[in-house]
Design a protein around this ligand. Structure first.
Ligand code: HBI
Length: 361
């Protein structure tokens, strides 16, 4: 644990949606965990976010303006765009005005503007990059900051950092959760779980193909983002024992997920982290995951789940057959030692100390 004097930190949220709208995806959960873990550690936190945001009990400044479009919909040569009356521009104009009331600014936006503005600010800015490399323009501007302000780029996994040229400059904060929201379940029911946006990059069809072979029921939770993709899975696997169980709140999800025998993670893309893997472990649920992306850095093969050769459905099947070899208490234990708010704040304080020491140099 690194000792750090109490800091005043200004957290600037993602501009793609108000907090609580679900539009901000994993960043919403991450921002709340970061805020709670730092407050628990004695730091004072203020959050700046688009108007309409909801944050129970944490000081919040709501900023008006038009939302930013999501970065992951474009290609490598995607242009940098800003709408009129941009909420991103308005958030960072506010930050410029109040920066001297804080010791450190903390950016959650995966957007060009906050990185470009960094040299114009007198206060140091910690940038948490929430996804892997998406476009040349974003890679370039983040790389500029990594070069000129060493140690200020945060990531969620080493494999995510590796998608950038400046991987060695990144600080891995992993992630952390309020584990008191997750109850340990020792005696699961006879079903497997799959959780996530139902879209091609998440590889749900592989999990369904494995279930068809194994015959254990699969419950599926998450938003159906791509209806055609979902309908094709139903058509291709008409006899697979699967049930779509909707999109649940964290409280409801952890109860249903916790009663499963294992979580299947079958990503076809490089997941930067994989929050749902931690949510499963926190409930004592072993994780069977492709050896790809963030989940491959989370699952302890043979101890808290099984890592499988990517895209090998036959290997998923043999891992499912071995799931009872995993001790469910080891899963909860790993969440408590590596992914609690306490563990997250240790990593955040080390990161901040690195930044503040080098920025004063
Ligand atoms: N797109 N432009 C933009 N800015 C963000 O901050 C952003 C995004 N897309 C997705 C996203 N953030 C989060 O949902 C993920 O980082 C989890």
């Amino acid at each position: 644990m690194s000792y750090l004097r109490p800091l005043r930190v200004l957290l600037l949220s993602t501009p793609v949606g108000a907090i609580g709208s679900g539009l901000g995806g994993g960043v919403e959960l991450t921002l709340k965990s970061v805020a709670r873990s730092l407050i628990q550690r004695g730091h004072s936190i203020t959050v700046v976010a688009p108007e309409g945001s909801v944050l129970d009990g944490i000081p919040l400044i709501e900023i008006p303006g038009e939302l930013q479009i999501t970065a992951q919909t474009g290609g490598r040569d995607e242009l940098i765009t800003l709408p009129k009356n941009s909420v991103l521009g308005n958030m960072w104009d506010y930050a410029r005005q109040v920066q001297h009331e804080y010791d450190l600014l903390f950016n959650f936006a995966y957007d060009w503007l906050p990185f470009y503005l960094t040299p114009f600010f007198e206060r140091a800015i910690a940038h948490l990059v929430s996804m892997g490399s998406l476009s040349d323009a974003m890679d370039q501007i983040i790389g500029n900051v990594a070069e000129r302000f060493p140690k200020t780029i945060g990531v969620h996994s080493l494999v995510q950092a590796e998608t950038f040229q400046f991987a060695s400059q990144c600080f891995n904060i992993k992630n952390g959760f309020d584990l008191s929201s997750y109850q340990f379940c020792a005696a699961p029911k006879n079903y497997l779980a799959w959780v996530g946006r139902i879209a091609p990059e998440k590889g749900l069809e592989d999990a369904v193909a494995a279930i068809q072979a194994v015959g254990v029921p699969l419950k599926i939770w998450g938003v159906i983002q791509d209806q055609n993709y979902w309908q094709k899975i139903l058509a291709d696997y008409p006899t697979a024992p699967i049930e779509y169980a909707g999109f649940l709140s964290t409280h409801e999800l952890q109860q249903a997920l916790g009663a499963s025998r294992a979580l299947l993670m079958t990503p076809h893309w490089v997941e930067a982290f994989g929050n749902v893997a931690i949510e499963a472990l926190a409930c004592g649920v072993p994780v069977i995951a492709y050896q790809r992306g963030g989940p491959a850095e989370i699952v302890r093969d043979g101890k808290t789940g099984w890592l499988v050769e990517p895209d090998r459905v036959d290997e998923l099947v043999s891992a499912i057959a071995k799931i009872d070899q995993i001790d469910r208490t080891s899963c909860r234990h790993q969440a408590e030692t590596e992914y609690s708010l306490e563990a997250l704040s240790d990593r955040l304080e080390t990161w901040f100390a690195n930044i503040l020491n080098s920025s004063q140099a």
